[in-house]
Design a protein around this ligand. Sequence first.
Ligand SMILES: [Zn+2]
Length: 329
Amino acid sequence: MDEVFPVRVPVPDLRDVAAGNAGIPGVWHLDSGRPGPRVVIVSLMHGNEFQGASVLARWLRAGLRPARGALTLVFANLDAFSRFDPADPTLSRYVDEDLNRVWSPALLDGGRDSLEMRRARALRPVVEAAEVLLDLHSMLWPSDPVMIVGRDPAALALARAAGAPPPIVVDGMRPEGPRLIDHAPFAVPGTGRLALLVEAGQHWEPETEMVAEACASGLLRALGMLPPAAPVGSEARGEVWTEVWPEVWTVSGCVVAASRGFCFTRPFRGGAVIPRAGTLIARDGEAEIRTPHDDCMLVMPSPRVMRGHVAVRLARRAPPGRGVQVTPG
Ligand SMILES: [Zn+2]
């Protein structure tokens, strides 16, 4: 790849958190001893997205304890992270395969073997015990932060209650393979199991870690696991987001590159909103890709997309002050 992706933040030293305290490497179980929700926060699902891990490691070193319930912190792909090289930072996303595309009973119970499949099987009881799960990610290409939830309205309500700044995108589509937030316990509305994923910003930018931390601490606060006034991390440094009512968008379509010639008409930033329906945004071989409706958000456009992979998700604004329209997806 021709692009240079500068690493503008320190690469964390995670050796002191790698063992964990729960019998599974990289898994930390913090139990308040009081009734309350079982929450799991996952970092390093992708080995080169380490800013969520920087937040969790800092919390562990500061002696964070939930005020109620139990909190489990996960450093998911330490093997891939250990290969991180700032000179070539995109290579360490995974070792054998993408750890965030294997989360279905069929794959986890099946016979496929890889470093990531073994890790997913080891983490499976941890994530399946979660009543609430937050998966911390960041993005390669320039993009505004975004919180992604599945189609359970309760997950959307929780994302709103967390009060973090990114817009919320309701997304039940998974053409690339099942993500952790799509895993069976979380994907079925009404089970009482909720999963959120935050894309906290661009990889290796300082703001990304602040957004990841705001989302994680906002979630714990919304669940009564952190006292409302307790400053955590960046908030202790005076950077507090309050009274945020994030916008809600619903994924309306998923553009998969059908040819090797897929090309956006210009370098769109993730989160850009195209006002007019029918605007040409990309060419895919002979085909023209146009926005299907007015006010179309481009969610995580990927300029260097391989054939068969998702080039961009499209999203439609949900009516303000009301729930989103939830349709089977
Ligand atoms: Zn990721």
